[in-house]
Ligand binder design. Structure first.
Ligand SMILES: N[C@@H](CCC(=O)N[C@@H](CS)C(=O)NCC(=O)O)C(=O)O
Length: 246
């Protein structure tokens, strides 16, 4: 097998899903850190079919998207398996993974909304990254880039307040899957790897961590994805968080 190369954006939660799954398989890889938005052109230049991270070059193939990557990793190296062999169980894991793929947009929208208001915390999410320019400089000059990302991701007040209002029911749903034993087992599956980084990104917000960390889903996230850099001090209007409190 030639050396695998994984293109990521620092702080990108599905990028972390891909990293954790490669590590679980014991497949060595080189990580290429990209700046958001600028990443799109670089991925196109590398002849990837789409313009998002994670994007993986593996054995001459280009595999893009966390859910495609989980399947390709099981195909090229079946053990340890990311999907259960039992078809019924596999269908459940696939269903949760697909739900998690959509759920990703929530922490993504919240993050860009927050960075648009205050870029200072962004640097903490790039800890350990090699962006080619100093992180402080990237953050300082990153205003237009953050504005573009916020626009592209629909980070409006309306969407973000609705995301926060429905977050508690999302967390209840994830806790339910843990109680059913479909995720959170001793052998992490593709759905565990899909959900944990999204939860960790949500938990990087001081506003949200207290509502997640004591729950089964918070424990799962900390166990599956122990290292997720980044911290954003309180930033959301108190009334947007009311649904989490009651
Ligand atoms: N559902 C896709 C989403 C990938 C995605 O949207 N990635 C974001 C980063 S989290 C991205 O590449 N955004 C481009 C940008 O920020 O310019 C997956 O799981 O791979």
């Amino acid at each position: 097998m030639g050396e695998a190369k994984l293109y990521v954006i620092p702080g990108s939660h599905p990028s972390l899903s891909a990293r954790l799954m490669l590590e679980r398989k014991g497949i060595p890889y080189k990580r290429v850190d990209l700046m958001p938005v600028i990443s799109k052109g670089i991925l196109r230049a590398q002849r990837f079919p789409a313009n998002t991270v994670p994007a993986l070059k593996l054995d001459g193939n280009r595999v893009q998207g966390s859910t495609e990557i989980s399947r390709e990793l099981d195909r090229i190296q079946p053990e340890p398996a990311l999907f259960p062999a039992d078809p019924e169980l596999r269908a459940k894991v696939e269903e949760i993974e697909a739900w998690g793929d959509g759920f990703q947009q929530k922490p993504r929208r919240l993050s860009w909304w927050a960075f648009k208001r205050d870029r200072a915390p962004m640097a903490s999410y790039s800890e350990g990254a090699r962006l080619g320019i100093p992180t402080g400089l990237a953050v300082k000059t990153g205003g237009p880039l953050v504005a573009a990302a916020a626009r592209l991701n629909g980070s409006t007040d309306e969407n973000v307040s609705a995301d926060l209002a429905s977050l508690r029911s999302d967390l209840d749903r994830i806790d339910g899957w843990i109680a059913d034993g479909v995720i959170g087992g001793p052998q992490p599956n593709a759905a565990d790897y899909q959900l944990a980084p999204s939860l960790r990104l949500l938990m990087s917000f001081d506003d949200l961590r207290p509502f997640i960390e004591g729950r089964p889903c918070g424990e799962l996230a900390n166990r599956i994805a122990p290292d997720f850099p980044g911290r954003t001090p309180a930033i959301f209007p108190a009334e947007w968080l009311a649904g989490l409190r009651h």
